[in-house]
Design a protein around this ligand. Structure first.
Ligand code: BES
Ligand code: ZN
Length: 459
């Protein structure tokens, strides 16, 4: 048996080249023209699971994008660890803002630049390579049983993963799950995430006249639906930044003094925040710190507004309809379906009789809190210490990974959010990148975690 870290060091360059191959598949889940790439990415991941020594590798079709599964169950008596990741990526627009082709996956300096490099191909691939390296280091065996679950609809809040999990409970049964799809604070300051927000995604359509009208002939007599839409959207917040939807905060779990104090201990630099966002000034609920607003408070965002004439030049039109895309980040114990209903009721109430409105729901995901005092969490702490050389902090994230709640409920297990990205990796934006050292340290941390879980008494 050799030391798994030296196995990783010896093949680091090879692992990086393989990651580039993965990143060159433009598996954008939301765009139908990338259907073939989605299939290719799923098959590619399945091949890598086979190469890593997984025995029972399958690509399960779903009504949407395929789910990749692979397992190695050769350690009777040892814990079973489920490793989750996603092979789908976000669209690349605005493509003109990229320094190089988003799917050429060039390594320049310390970074690999590509859509999906950090979110989540680089991170899930770090786990695959950790398992492959452990197999080599332990003479064709692993210290724990491992199951991989790699999906293709994470970025679209897909509705096919939960039913798959609930109808394959025996196949997926596990004692602990690992999700690497989050960020640490910096290369030298790892972080275990213990809270994620949920999400409900809606469309709000406002209609007025039954067709577009001449704004001179009818303007001033018809309530312009785009104006009405903006009035409704503006009424969704109070001037202080809090959400005005009645009942929105009713089930929000309050932050207690101890947690606020603990959150305040984790470094948060407002200058970094400014540099990362480019925003002129912070905004939001004044009684909460920026970190609290991001990690522990619910929000309502307007993701986009469409309608009317937006082409070159001018057109004097009174449009028939307008639409806004709206999403809410939710905290425990807000239920995404209940929040949808509250928004529905509030929008109905504030819609004036001069227009009609309709709210359509696109996706729902629950937030999650992972207790920080479990033995599995302590294993994650030790693994980061080995992989990054520094004890991690515990922190909450503003993003959403709906499967975390699904897995912890389905199997009553701890779900370890052990991520390897950096806060400014550019997720969902132009020039997404992944630090090469995050990749290598991530592989080591993932390997260390599996070794550690083999001897951790989980219950
Ligand atoms: N990796 C992210 C989640 C994330 C982002 C965690 C930032 C921590 C920090 C994930 O791939 C993602 O973007 N999820 C979507 C989920 C949604 C579509 C249901 C999100 O948060 O918008
Ligand atoms: Zn994402």
């Amino acid at each position: 048996m050799s030391d798994v870290f030296s196995v990783i060091d010896q093949q680091a360059g090879l692992f990086l080249a393989e990651l580039q191959e993965f990143l060159r598949i433009p598996s954008i889940s939301t765009l139908p023209e990338h259907q073939g790439d989605i299939q290719r990415a799923a098959e590619w991941a399945a091949d890598k699971l086979r190469a890593a020594g997984m025995t029972d590798v399958q690509v399960f079709p779903t009504p949407g994008h395929p789910i990749v599964y692979g397992a190695w169950n050769g350690a009777p008596g040892a814990p079973t660890v489920l490793i989750y990741g996603h092979y789908d990526v976000q669209p690349v627009d605005p493509v003109s803002e990229w320094r190089s082709d988003p799917f050429s996956a060039e390594v320049s300096g310390d970074y690999i630049l590509a859509r999906g490099s950090s979110d989540d191909k680089g991170q899930v691939f770090a786990n695959i390579k950790a398992v492959a390296a452990l197999m080599q280091a332990h003479g064709g065996k692993l210290p724990v049983n491992v199951k991989f679950l790699i999906e293709g609809e994470e970025e679209i809040g897909g509705a096919n993963l939960d039913p798959f999990i609930l109808s394959h409970l025996d196949l997926l049964r596990c004692d602990v799950a690992i999700v690497s799809d989050t960020a640490i604070l910096s290369l030298d300051q790892p972080a275990v995430i213990y809270g994620l927000r949920g999400l409900v995604y809606l469309e709000l359509e406002v209609r007025g006249p039954d067709h577009d009208l001449h704004s001179g002939q009818y303007g001033g007599s018809v309530h312009n639906p785009l104006q009405a839409l903006c009035e409704i959207v503006a009424a969704l917040h109070h001037p202080d930044g809090s959400v005005a939807v009645e009942g929105f905060y009713d089930t929000v779990r309050p932050l207690d003094a101890a947690e606020r104090q603990a959150m305040a201990q984790v470094p948060f630099d407002e200058a970094d925040w400014k540099a990362q966002t480019g925003a002129p000034a912070p905004w939001g609920e004044p009684e909460y710190t920026l970190r609290e607003r991001i990690g522990a408070r619910p929000t309502l965002e307007v993701n986009g507004i469409v309608g009317g004439f937006t082409g070159h030049g001018s057109k004097t039109v009174l449009p028939a309809k307008g639409m806004a895309k709206i999403s809410c980040r939710l905290v425990p114990d807000q239920d995404p379906h209940e929040i949808e209903n509250l928004i529905r009721a509030y929008v109905a109430k504030i819609t004036p009789p001069t227009v009609t409105s309709e709210v359509r729901a696109l996706s729902h995901g629950h937030g999650a809190m992972v207790p920080i005092d479990s033995p599995a969490m302590q294993a994650a702490v030790r693994a980061y210490e080995r992989g990054f050389g520094r004890k991690p902090v515990f922190t909450r994230e503003g993003g959403s990974i709906p499967v975390v709640a699904t897995l912890s409920r389905a199997f009553d297990i701890p779900v370890l959010l052990v991520g390897y990205g950096l806060p400014d990796d550019g997720l969902h934006g132009p020039n997404e990148h992944f630090h090469v050292q995050c990749f290598y340290r991530g592989i080591k941390t993932a390997a260390a975690l599996l070794e550690d879980l083999a001897t951790t008494r989980l219950k």
